[in-house]
Ligand binder design. Structure first.
Ligand code: MN
Length: 417
């Protein structure tokens, strides 16, 4: 099999963005934000080249209009971009519209309509249940039948590189004492994949139809304040613990680019109800890692895992979401749930890596971590690896800033941390 090569030199060697990838982003090079496609270490100003599609779709600095146009248009654009960036005859007309990625700022690639986060990693659910309730009752009785989720906040979704402020919140007091109001002392990350919904629905869709509605995937960090979560989560699940920020990697990796890496979800421990069955493989073999870098010091890779560890695929989650009649919108974001493998080295959150704070991690510089310190940067990376190329996701990075000072009105009320 011959591997197609681009005429862009940096797309031909070791890169996250060879011609097989062609991920969708929004960039600003000082001339205003617009849609772009990554190729090697360059960005193609996609609205400026002739791809035969309506130029109006490329005027807004987001991919929502292209998403709305549907899967036939997505495929046509991908075919045309492949030709433009691999055929030498197109080089003269296309090359002037390539911009070095290093000279740009990357922005959120789409307008997030709504955000739902799931809890679909069995190792993660088992670990968290074991930490909180003990291994006998680790998995709730519904877990093997329902993709568990909660409705999150689209307003707090940010692009990689955006600093994240440690949140304040209510924390449980000792025994029957009043709760405390304080900055979270157990601030954490969750390694997840985000599925971006490119088509609206009105009514119930099948898992096969749901798969076709997915425009692409990003890396997702679901920042989580574990002490706020522990006090507030019963009976309605996470609320303020997850409302501070959710960070996305800046490039949307299309479903088509990931097609060669499809794998089936793991064997079922209980049969699923038929409406949730996966007709064809709907997970992906994507290697993932998380690194922690304390305040300007070298990073330590603290976990390595794979998206194929999930028990439910995004298409199953989406199909389940629509059973209630809940309409899905173009630009809806579904978080996969934390992706943890079965070993200690493959756990997708500090809650699990430090086993509830009981077993600190040692970083390369000798510092210990149970949860995140101010100044810590969390760096997520992912790639599907093919023969002679890789479909990379780029990086999903966020640095923790100290909590704000208490506002004056709160001090005047006598509020103390
Ligand atoms: Mn989560």
């Amino acid at each position: 099999m011959t591997v197609i090569k681009s005429w862009v030199p940096s797309a031909r060697g070791a890169t996250d963005f060879p011609i097989q990838n062609l991920p969708y982003g929004v960039f600003d090079d000082g001339k205003g934000p617009r849609t772009g496609v990554a190729i090697g270490d360059m960005i193609l100003d996609v609205g400026a080249v002739d791809h035969g599609l309506d130029p109006a779709m490329f005027r807004a600095p987001s991919w929502n209009a292209i998403m709305s146009a549907g899967p036939t248009v997505w495929s046509a654009l991908r075919r045309k971009l492949t030709e433009l960036l691999s055929n030498e005859a197109c080089r003269a007309s296309v090359e002037p519209h390539l911009i070095p990625m290093a000279n740009t700022t990357l922005l959120l690639p789409f307008e997030v309509a709504e955000y739902t986060d799931f809890y679909a990693g069995k190792n993660h659910a088992f670990n968290v249940g074991s930490i909180v309730r003990g291994p006998e009752n680790a998995l709730p009785p519904n877990w093997l039948s329902i993709p568990i989720g909660y409705n999150g906040r689209a307003s707090s979704v940010v692009v990689s590189g955006t600093p994240v402020r440690r949140p304040w919140g209510q924390l449980k007091g000792p025994d029957d004492a009043l709760p405390r109001f304080a900055p979270s002392a157990r601030f954490d990350f969750e390694l997840e994949m985000g599925a971006i919904i490119g088509q609206a629905s009105d009514g119930m869709v099948s898992v096969a139809e749901a798969d076709q509605m997915i425009f692409g995937y990003v890396l997702l960090n679901d920042w989580s304040a574990r002490d706020i979560q522990a006090w507030e989560y019963q009976p309605l699940g996470p609320f303020q613990a997850k409302a501070t920020a959710t960070t996305l990697s800046p490039w949307i990796i299309s479903r088509e680019a990931l097609n060669p890496f499809r794998v089936a979800t793991p064997e079922r421990e209980r049969p699923l109800l038929p409406y949730l069955n996966e007709p064809t493989p709907m997970l992906y073999d994507i290697e993932l890692e998380v690194a922690l870098a304390p305040d300007g010091k070298p990073e330590t890779v603290i976990t390595r895992t794979n998206y194929r560890e999930m028990y439910y695929a995004a298409a199953q989650q989406l199909a389940h979401h629509t059973t209630s009649g809940c309409p899905m919108r173009v630009g809806d974001l579904l978080g996969s749930g934390t992706i943890s493998g079965s070993t200690r080295e493959s756990r997708g959150s500090l809650l699990e890596l430090s086993w509830g704070g009981r077993e600190p991690l040692t970083l390369q510089n000798g510092e210990e971590r149970r949860f995140l310190d101010d100044g810590d940067s969390v760096v997520m990376r992912g790639a599907a690896k093919g023969e002679g190329y890789r479909i990379g996701f780029g990086e999903c990075v966020g640095t923790v800033l100290p909590a704000i000072e208490l506002p004056d009105w709160a001090k005047e009320q006598g509020q103390k941390p």
